[in-house]
Design a protein around this ligand. Structure first.
Ligand SMILES: [Zn+2]
Length: 284
């Protein structure tokens, strides 16, 4: 048996990225536009790209896939509305095409795993990774392993409601998941921009910080992670690290909360990194 390497595949609505992960980080990175001409050709393209990568790497590849939404216990993709794989049995179909097991996880869980293993959450026992971007996602990693849960939704913090809502926040806007008042409609990038248009930058940011503080306090009360790692487009705002910890205090069920809130280290590479890490290092 020759060398075995880990391949991470990051499926998004506009592009799919592949990279082989070794000790130096992602290698042989390759990206192509997400095919939107139906499931069979999309599956075909994905399998061919992975096999081409294997040729190029000159080693057998262990394949991990990160994608929006989730994969059911039967291997069917759900809630990944903007991909050609939604509603289809991608896991068994891809495994048949590649002749091997393929591991799947939600992309926010991949992000949390990547940051927990060797990113901003390195060394922490329980890492909560929060993505604040176009959508709001989350992932929980315990001792280097993604917590999946019974339904594969552990960490879906973005679709829990904003806690301790004020009178002004009622009635809560409807989330695209169909439920009112999800965190996604309050602490995503588009939510901040919606407030920015009405309130101006300073007041919109203050409101954002206040809401994020409540949202993180809820995560701390429930999970009490050792660190919260923040990724996604909103993670560039320094206010999150400077102001949120103080604003969380009144809401945390502890007299002196000290949960560090830190910015992610690996940026856009988190998807491919975390997907490859679904196979622990040396698991070949
Ligand atoms: Zn929702």
């Amino acid at each position: 048996m020759g060398q075995v390497l880990r391949l991470g595949v990051d499926i998004g609505g506009t592009k799919i990225e592949l990279a082989v992960l070794d000790a130096a980080g992602p290698q042989l990175r390759r990206r192509f536009p997400t095919p939107h001409g139906g499931y069979p050709p999309a599956l075909d393209t994905l399998a061919k790209e992975i096999l081409a990568m294997e040729q190029e790497a000159g080693a057998r590849l262990q394949v991990g896939v990160g994608l929006p939404g989730l994969v059911s216990s039967e291997g069917v993709v759900a809630n990944a509305y903007n991909t050609p794989f939604n509603g289809y049995p991608l896991k068994p179909d891809l495994e048949r095409r590649l002749g091997r097991e393929v591991r799947f996880a939600n992309d926010a869980r991949c992000f949390a795993l990547s940051e927990a293993v060797d990113g901003a959450g390195r060394g922490a026992r329980v890492v909560f990774g929060a993505i604040l971007g176009t959508g709001v996602g989350g992932g929980v990693v315990v001792e280097g392993r993604v917590l999946t849960g019974r339904h594969g939704i552990a960490g879906e913090w973005g679709h829990t409601p904003l806690p301790w809502m004020t009178d002004e926040e009622h009635p809560a806007p409807l989330c695209k998941c169909g439920r009112p008042g999800c965190l996604e409609v309050f602490v995503s990038g588009p939510a901040k921009n919606r407030d920015l248009a009405v309130l101006g930058e300073a007041r919109a940011m203050a409101l954002y910080v206040d809401r994020l503080a409540r949202a993180f306090a809820m995560a701390v009360n429930f999970l009490d992670p050792d660190v919260i790692v923040v990724g996604g487009g909103m993670s560039k705002h320094e206010e999150i690290y400077a102001a949120v910890p103080e604003r969380m205090r009144p809401w945390v069920y502890h007299p002196r909360p000290s949960t560090p809130i830190v910015r992610a280290m690996h940026g856009d590479a988190s998807g491919v990194r975390g997907a490859a890490m679904l196979w622990p290092e040396g698991s070949a």
